[in-house]
Design a binder for this molecule. Structure first.
Ligand SMILES: Nc1nc2c(ncn2[C@@H]2O[C@H](COP(=O)(O)OP(=O)(O)OP(=O)(O)O)[C@@H](O)[C@H]2O)c(=O)[nH]1
Ligand SMILES: [Mg+2]
Length: 293
């Protein structure tokens, strides 16, 4: 056990750069939802990686943004909390769009912190070699221990990244049971899977105005019955999510059931209820009630 390493690694970056893709890839399981839309992740998602010589607790965070409403203030709080507790910062950016104003803002924030930082230059499949060489050079002038170009959707393994991360972790015993992959309850993952389907099926404001709360979870030997509320801000959004003759909500329900089944391995019966709470994203009490603590 003397040579065992354990520590906390925050994954930060602007929205949509591939933070959740990274945590899933490292853990080999979908622990954090991924969609092509920015601001998919809203909370800190803890993912625990275990092997014979280390335990690495990865903290996936929401993408950094300039908060405009209370939920976004919470999202930025989650990022700051994660950074505070970490032994290493993994900063990810999108090679296709780097550097944006948010990239600069995040860098200003982390540059002040006395914590080692690795940069992942992601989505290199989308840029030319010339552009990549240029970006790499730009980033190497910043205060990163190393800049690692990668395409997380194309990479077949992440051992190289893990080896680099381990160099910066302190020696010490594991913090969590090595059989655990997260400390979040099953209900949370179910809420996230339903929210992912809302993000994948609907456009514009609706995904951002929605949140999901599991109200009932009944597990028997071969079946799980789940009832969940989808909270929206306006009646007009309710009409959109239900869709013509209920087709949209049915699609969301079936896709969610399929995904929950894939993960839980049991037959899933999901009922979805649409509720309205005007302006919930700006109400502290509502946010607390919906699990944004
Ligand atoms: N082309 C390409 N797409 C990628 C790559 N890595 C991630 N993506 C895609 O980028 C999108 C965003 O990925 P996420 O992992 O959800 O990004 P995120 O940083 O967690 O986003 P937020 O939670 O919104 O902050 C998804 O559609 C991914 O499939 C990559 O290497 N190449
Ligand atoms: Mg994410």
């Amino acid at each position: 056990m003397d040579n065992f390493k354990s520590g906390f690694v925050s994954i930060v970056g602007k929205p949509n750069v591939g933070k959740s893709t990274l945590i899933n890839k490292i853990l080999g399981e979908k622990i954090s939802i991924v969609t092509p839309k920015p601001q998919t992740t809203r909370q800190q998602i803890k993912g625990i990686y275990n092997d014979e010589e280390s335990q690495i607790i990865f903290l996936d965070t929401p993408g950094f943004l300039q908060p405009r409403y209370e939920l976004q203030h919470k999202m930025v709080e989650y990022i700051n909390q994660s950074l505070k507790d970490s032994d290493l910062i993994l900063y990810i950016c999108d090679a296709n769009y780097y550097p944006t104003d948010y990239d600069r803002k995040i860098y200003e924030n982390i540059a002040k912190m006395n914590i080692p930082k690795l940069a992942l230059l992601n989505k290199i499949d989308l840029v030319s070699n010339d552009k990549l060489a240029n970006l790499k050079k730009q980033m190497q002038e910043l205060n990163f221990e190393e800049v690692i170009p990668v395409s997380l959707t194309q990479a077949t393994e992440v051992q190289g990244i893990l080896t680099k991360i381990k160099r910066f972790l302190p020696y010490g015993p594991p913090f969590y049971d090595p059989d655990d992959i997260s400390d979040l309850p099953v209900r949370f993952f179910i809420q996230e899977i339903i929210r992912e389907q809302i993000f994948l099926h609907l456009r514009d404001e609706l995904p951002y105005a929605s949140t999901v709360v599991v109200e009932q979870f009944k597990e028997t030997e071969n079946k799980i019955e789940i009832a969940a509320n989808i909270w929206l801000e306006r009646k007009s959004q309710k009409i959109i999510i239900i869709g013509k003759q209920g087709q949209m909500i049915k699609k969301i329900r079936i896709a969610s059931e399929k995904e929950i089944h894939r993960i839980m391995g049991k037959r899933i019966k999901l009922s979805l209820w649409i509720k309205i709470k005007p302006n919930w994203r700006n109400k502290k009490n509502a946010l607390k009630e919906f699990g944004y603590r």
